[in-house]
Design a binder for this molecule. Structure first.
Ligand SMILES: C[S@@+](CC[C@H](N)C(=O)[O-])C[C@H]1O[C@@H](n2cnc3c(N)ncnc32)[C@H](O)[C@@H]1O
Length: 213
């Protein structure tokens, strides 16, 4: 099974269409590349920002936030939408601290709230409802996160989930790993639930884009 599902040329082309980023954002991209840390990258990040801007999102919850690269795109959208909150949730104290520094450097400290702990539990405890929820946690947790997300998302809200194509591993019938099965189960559950209008956008590793009716 191929590692990179989309052609390098397509990925490079889509990333190249993203307008220039700030030095801080570029440093975050370089840091992820050096560490091989899985961030959503420029094209998917810009797409998330675009959706959040188009819908005027002001209350966003992000599950599995890492050191804050995807958070920065959502915070930019909320800032430009007139202010609100982006919730950053990750279980690693060090990554949360890194994200706080980046948000400060980007001028988004007032916009972002930080939760250190299991992200679905943090969402369960959050007040909501949210305009937009972004999910990028460990893939074996995808199916169980869905009822909590559905409850906390407003009607008319949008869910974005990363890695729905999983480098093509979802197409390998031999791959029954918990992560691959988690992605298959989430995909099946949400595309057969009449409360959602859902589809996959094949940017980078595949983004689920779902509208809660
Ligand atoms: C794929 S990385 C995040 C990338 C981030 N969304 C970005 O694009 O910049 C996922 C991060 O969330 C953490 N994580 C995974 N599952 C989690 C969970 N259930 N609760 C909290 N953190 C989780 C991982 O340890 C990792 O740091």
């Amino acid at each position: 099974m191929t590692e990179e599902l989309t052609l390098d040329s397509v990925r490079g082309y889509l990333d190249g269409l993203v307008p220039p980023r700030t030095e801080e954002m570029k440093a975050m991209e370089a840091h992820a590349k050096d560490l091989r840390f899985p961030i959503i990258g420029p094209a998917a990040g810009y797409f998330c920002y675009q959706i959040a801007r188009m819908m005027g999102a002001k209350e966003i919850f992000e599950l599995g936030s890492g050191f804050g690269y995807s958070t920065a795109w959502f915070a930019r959208a909320v800032d430009e939408n007139g202010g609100g909150k982006v919730h950053h949730a990750v279980w690693d104290e060090g990554l949360s601290a890194e994200a706080r520094k980046h948000m400060q450097a980007l001028g988004y400290s007032e916009i972002v709230d930080f939760h250190v702990g299991e992200a679905v539990e943090a969402l369960r405890e959050a007040q909501g409802p949210f305009d937009l929820i972004f999910n990028d946690i460990d893939k074996e947790g995808y199916l169980d996160s869905l009822p909590v997300i559905k409850q906390k998302l407003k009607s008319g809200g949008v869910l974005i989930v990363d890695n729905l194509l999983w480098s093509g591993k979802i197409f390998d019938p031999e791959d029954k790993s918990a992560s691959t099965e988690g992605i298959r189960e989430l995909t099946r559950a949400i595309t057969t639930d009449e409360d959602w209008i859902a589809g996959i956008v094949p940017i980078r590793d595949g983004l689920l884009l779902a509208y809660k009716k």
